[in-house]
Design a binder for this molecule. Structure first.
Ligand SMILES: *[C@@H]1O[C@H](CO)[C@@H](O)[C@H](O)[C@H]1NC(C)=O
Ligand SMILES: *[C@@H]1O[C@H](CO)[C@@H](O)[C@H](O)[C@H]1NC(C)=O
Ligand SMILES: *[C@@H]1O[C@H](CO)[C@@H](O)[C@H](O)[C@H]1NC(C)=O
Ligand SMILES: *[C@@H]1O[C@H](CO)[C@@H](O)[C@H](O)[C@H]1NC(C)=O
Ligand SMILES: *[C@@H]1O[C@H](CO)[C@@H](O)[C@H](O)[C@H]1NC(C)=O
Length: 488
């Protein structure tokens, strides 16, 4: 697997939901998706933001999009929940962050969803924003955080009744990282942060690069007998069969484009690996369409095809793997063939995150085939850097994120709740232990990526409901009482 592919994997995670969803979730997946069921009602606004908050030469501005829902905000000074937008169209996050919609009523809160620059509608240089690395230069988490802080200041200054409101940052995944960092960097802008599934420690040297894939493998190991063992075995089986039987493989997996050569079979393995990783992230207890329309507990559904003991032949094993892959790609029954290039796309959401990964968001991932079920692949920073140079003409700064955001020492901060699902591979880079009285961690053992920010579901494990109530809402109440104490 090339180093670039490692990035892809990780982005696959964070961006697929943006890009794949737009085409799948809201078209054929609608009937299955709980999260998109409820209509959301908001108004769209734009704020002129400086293209460069940190220098004085580039003096241009652009329009940052943000969405406001104030139907539950009955009283002046009521709280504001502020979603720190991720790498994608903000309306998608708005529609999928059911937690905020559910608590708005209870709290009498205004909801604000702020779009991240260079995504969705918030393009600093319009259609030229992605044209070259000169135009991409202002795509960074620092600039995005400054946009958020400026927007909050503007809202408090101009929205009638908002001046004395407590603002609480909420975000999931990269958005969760931004929520936590907003509280750390701009403590006067937000009184607290709910950072869900936020791998703020997934940077070089901070956590072992193998944790991510180890957690993926644990999900499979605990979802059916021999499931991880058989996936680990499948790579060698593919190699053996590929030497003579590419046609058999292509037919067994109903591939749209038959495998023709050795490199094709390598790409085929990468595609399968990405499939298993994505499944671990969206291992939700109910039918959902986060990345793809999927059954409840999709990893268990996959593992039902992979329970073989060691006497099984390579052919039977791969037959099972092909059925397992169909769980992910053909839950609706509407897929004519499996497309091995369909998880990788060059669309905008991906490109923006690639650029961020190639500059400051360097997140090492690796596999060893022992504590995980994948083929060994070391983290190779140099190869990664070379690919970034070739693609964008920039080189990543491996230690910048740690320097900028203070590494693992969070003890000087306050009022941040980190929630992580135990099934979520990104929990490996998340904060999963309590740091202090007000920087606390909640671990939801049965939770996948983002589960707790989604709409409540009757099939949520009790621990998730508990997390939502005691930590989500409870946490917000504690931020509010902290805020009120400050005021008086
Ligand atoms: C922005 O910079 C340009 C070029 O340096 C200058 O001509 C222009 O007057 C500046 N605009 C503002 C509003 O300062
Ligand atoms: C979010 O929901 C709104 C209104 O229900 C809809 O117009 C919009 O297209 C949705 N956004 C996405 C990305 O699906
Ligand atoms: C998807 O499922 C449908 C219905 O079961 C089936 O007819 C079709 O062959 C499947 N496609 C693939 C690629 O497996
Ligand atoms: C496979 O996916 C790629 C990328 O999304 C797409 O361009 C191509 O048309 C797809 N092929 C088929 C046969 O669906
Ligand atoms: C953190 O502390 C809270 C109590 O304040 C506790 O409920 C929670 O389980 C602790 N989290 C972890 C990961 O130990």
């Amino acid at each position: 697997m090339s180093a670039w592919k490692v990035v892809l994997l990780l982005v696959g995670v964070q961006c697929l939901h943006v890009v794949a969803l737009k085409s799948q979730l809201f078209t054929r997946g609608d009937a299955l998706d709980y999260s998109s069921r409820k209509a959301v009602d908001y108004k769209t606004f734009y704020l002129n933001q400086k293209i460069d908050h940190f220098g004085f030469f580039e003096n241009g501005t652009f329009k940052q999009r943000y969405l406001v829902a104030d139907q539950h905000w009955h009283q002046a000074g009521g709280p504001i929940l502020f979603y720190t937008g991720n790498e994608g169209d903000i309306t998608w996050f708005c529609n999928n962050t059911g937690f905020m919609w559910q608590v708005a009523e209870e709290l009498g809160a205004m909801l604000v969803f702020a779009e991240h620059r260079y995504y969705g509608d918030s393009m600093p240089f319009g259609p030229d924003s992605y044209s070259d690395s000169k135009h991409l230069n202002y795509l960074s988490s620092e600039q995005a955080l400054a946009d958020f802080a400026v927007l909050i200041r503007e809202l408090k200054g101009s929205w009638p009744g908002a001046r004395s409101s407590a603002v609480i940052a909420v975000g999931g995944s990269y958005g969760g990282m931004l929520a936590a960092w907003l509280r750390m960097k701009y403590p006067s802008a937000v009184v607290g942060a709910l950072a869900a599934s936020a791998p703020i420690w997934q940077f070089p040297g901070m956590v072992p690069c193998g944790d991510f894939h180890r957690i993926v493998s644990q999900d499979f190991a605990s979802s059916g007998p021999n499931c991880d063992v058989n996936i680990r075995r499948s790579w060698g089986a593919i190699d053996k069969i590929a030497s003579t039987g590419l046609a058999w493989l292509s037919g067994t997996f109903s591939l749209c484009a038959p495998l023709k050569s050795r490199p094709d079979s390598v790409a085929f393995k990468e595609w399968l690996q990405e499939t298993w990783v994505n499944l671990a992230m969206v291992d939700y207890p109910y039918e959902a369409s986060f990345l793809q329309p999927l059954p409840a507990w999709p990893v268990q559904a996959v593992c039902r095809h992979l329970g073989f003991d060691s006497s099984v032949s390579d052919y039977q094993l791969l037959q099972g793997v092909s059925e397992a892959a169909r769980v992910y790609y053909n839950h609706t029954g509407a897929t004519a063939c499996l497309n091995t290039s369909s998880t990788a796309t060059g669309s905008l959401g991906f490109l923006g995150w690639y650029y961020q990964a190639c500059t400051e968001m360097v997140m090492p991932l690796c596999t060893d085939g022992v504590q995980d079920m994948f083929e060994p692949q070391a983290w190779d920073f140099q190869a990664f850097s070379d690919e970034c140079q070739a693609l964008f003409g920039v080189r990543p700064r491996a230690s910048w994120a740690e320097t900028l955001y203070g590494g693992k020492d969070l003890s000087a901060h306050s009022n941040i709740i980190f929630s992580n699902g135990g099934l979520d591979p990104w929990s490996g880079g998340g904060v999963t232990r309590n740091i202090s009285d007000s920087v606390v961690a909640i671990v939801i053992p049965q939770g996948a990526h983002h589960l707790d920010l989604r709409y409540d579901n009757e099939r949520d494990p009790p621990a998730v409901r508990g997390a939502l109530v005691s930590f989500g809402i409870g946490g917000i109440f504690s931020f509010l009482s902290f805020f009120n104490a400050l005021e008086t």
